[in-house]
Design a protein around this ligand. Structure first.
Ligand code: ZN
Length: 149
């Protein structure tokens, strides 16, 4: 098993194959009636799909409530700033812009905590989410190396 480059390579939520660099992916999500964001997915650009079939890596196909931005907007320090801004933003009726804070924190971890993306794909991290120490990069790296044998 090859270890993905932390914070630079990701796993497509549609085809489960590696997105080799941020420029090869985009982020798709949904908006509810209160203009709150949820259901964040990381997928290949249509043209970069490993499966070479048009639209195959679009997660919310033909969904009028879906939005998307290039993955590169969410990576790096500017990407983290964008995500923190969204966490802090208000929608209408003084509701949070982000519908599900736990879901969004997981999304931040996928893009900004080294090794989280790949470990999360191998193990079901929701069962160990209460073990705070597991979610540190050095421990995630260890889990990845254990999976590598
Ligand atoms: Zn894909």
């Amino acid at each position: 098993m090859e270890i993905l480059t932390p914070k630079n390579q990701f796993i497509c939520d549609k085809c489960n194959k590696t997105i080799l660099k941020p420029a090869d992916g985009y982020v798709q999500w949904l908006i509810n009636e209160d203009n709150q964001y949820y259901g964040f997915k990381v997928v290949h650009y249509k043209t970069n799909s490993n499966l070479k079939l048009k639209n195959l890596c679009v997660f919310y196909l033909n969904d009028p409530e879906s939005k998307n931005l290039p993955l590169s907007k969410f990576t790096g320090e500017s990407g983290l700033a964008l995500m923190l801004n969204l966490l802090n933003e208000k929608s209408i009726k003084d509701k949070s812009r982000i519908l599900d804070i736990n879901e969004f924190i997981k999304f931040i971890r996928r893009l900004h905590i080294s090794y989280y993306e790949q470990v999360n794909n191998i193990y079901n991290l929701k069962y160990i989410k209460n073990e705070r120490s597991t979610l540190f990069p050095e421990n995630l790296k260890h889990l990845l190396e254990c999976a590598n044998v």
